[in-house]
Write a protein that binds this ligand. Sequence first.
Ligand code: GP9
Ligand code: MN
Length: 402
Amino acid sequence: DGEEITEISNYVEKKQNKIVRSDLHGVAKGKNVIVVFLESTQAFVLDKHINQEEVTPFLNKLKANSLYFPNFYHQTAQGKTSDAEFILDNSLYPLAGGSVFVRKPKNEYDSLPKILKRSGYYSASFHGNNAQFWNRSVMYEALGYDRFFSESDYNVTEENSINYGLKDLPFFEQSLPYLSSLPQPFYAKFLTLTNHFPFLLDPEDQLISEMDAEQGLVNRYFTTVRYEDEAIKSFFDQIKDTELYKNSIFVLFGDHYGISKSYNDELGEVLGKEITVKDQVELQKVPLIIHIPGLEGRVINSVGGQIDLRATIFDLLGMEEKENSLSFGTSLLSDNHNRLVVFRDGTFTTDQYIFTEGTCYSKKTSKKVKRNKCSPYFNQVQTELNYSDQIIYGDLIRFFKN
Ligand code: GP9
Ligand code: MN
């Protein structure tokens, strides 16, 4: 095990040392970190109109006043939301099968809550579903959360819930008093819920008219995203009235896709193009918006994935990923090295190429290109996935002490 750890930590260190500090390093030092998971929200909903109506009017405005990352991908597998949580908190890859939350909750982790705790941060997660779903109540112990506000902490009724639980609007409304009472600085994670398959909505929550395409599910998706957008707007409206606003940064990101590839024909109709194998990878882009009150908006084009979120947050807080743990993310704020986004199935993308299903594609032309454009990355892709698996299956973090 000793050898294994040395090999992995050498790899991680080499990767981390390539990074050059951005001018944004430390701009949010000491601030609260509020992360909002945008359930099943893919990037194509941003700036999208359905029957001349904006699908995400609030997020569109917010991203103009925020750090906005248009080349950001989800990297989840079967563990869906729980994978997104795992990746964010640990900067490791999810497992190829099942959910780490369910399969490895007894491991030792050096997670975001734990690392931030060493800098005096309190941490809490907020979610309107029951505490046992995805084994959260158990896994959150291992991840070091101080408090989990779940279904039993909310007033959940027939009227204010749908599908998996509390609707997003009452969820944020009822969460705010809890949030205001947390010791500061804190890391708070909000998991939204309403925009979840099969995208059900009560008539009063339908704020735009449904599209009239072939598939009801695809039609409904845009209306539940519109509702989610409204809930986030109300959250911001409420928090802006409190002291918390200027003492916090807000990280909003999509946890995974909402429309699976079985609906590609219908989705293609809405997006006005036939969805190719290469497009299928591009559809895994999810929104990433980091709002820092007082900081001017900026588009950051770095190609990256959820595994890079933690390092990016550390960068803003003036901390460094490399001081911490065995992890694979690098800050998205510095775009001056060869960035690579690895997906669980071995698919990967750089700023120029996509490799999927055994074929290399140019992002610019969408055409197939020679394999040697992609082959220089093959090794790194397999190495990272293997190392990550070794860490999880071998419970290696328990041996890694800085
Ligand atoms: C359920 C919520 C949704 O608590 O996290 O889970 P998902 O199906 O998206 O993984
Ligand atoms: Mn989810």
